[in-house]
Ligand binder design. Sequence first.
Ligand SMILES: C[S@@+](CC[C@H](N)C(=O)[O-])C[C@H]1O[C@@H](n2cnc3c(N)ncnc32)[C@H](O)[C@@H]1O
Length: 186
Amino acid sequence: MSPFTIVLLTLVLVVMLFILVFAAVLLTPFALPLLAFGAPFIPSAGKTVERMLDAAGVGPTTRLLDLGSGDGRIPVAAAKRGARADGVEVNPWLVWVSRRRAQWFGVREHTMFKCGNLWTYDVAAYDVVTVYGLGPIMGKLEQKLLRELKPGTRVVSHAFHFPNWRPEREDRGVVLYVVPERSAAA
Ligand SMILES: C[S@@+](CC[C@H](N)C(=O)[O-])C[C@H]1O[C@@H](n2cnc3c(N)ncnc32)[C@H](O)[C@@H]1O
């Protein structure tokens, strides 16, 4: 093989590798949620985040969990109010961004971001749960929350409704639910 062919082949390989890495980075936000049966990354607007926290009465005594926490904006905003706030997120890039965001706003100690699947994450310890999901997952999510959360826990959904729960309040796409007693929900 001539030196020219070797250089050409190396160049082709490098370009192919670059395209593969680029495609993986671009596709991760869409492919991972699809594989994990969840919504792709579409961040809630800042004003909506504040409305979600207001709806649930988030303050210094709150223990909040954002299911599918994206870039961490909801837990960080809650922690800025003094809450202890966690997020579970399937996309490792977004978990990294979330931790940097928490650090930037000086609330790293009040937050925890777990890279994982919301369907296997134990939600029992929280008193506020936020979610910006997709219509088709809301029925399955309702069952999980009902099984694991204490009655009285506040659940705030951005944009989508749970099929069987009655909202306590609704304002411009922010829907507040309170987990009912198990007998009442049966
Ligand atoms: C619509 S975004 C909402 C992000 C953030 N909660 C907000 O309101 O700005 C949904 C997020 O859920 C994540 N996600 C989807 N399926 C998931 C799963 N099974 N487990 C954990 N995270 C998931 C996506 O990667 C995405 O970041």
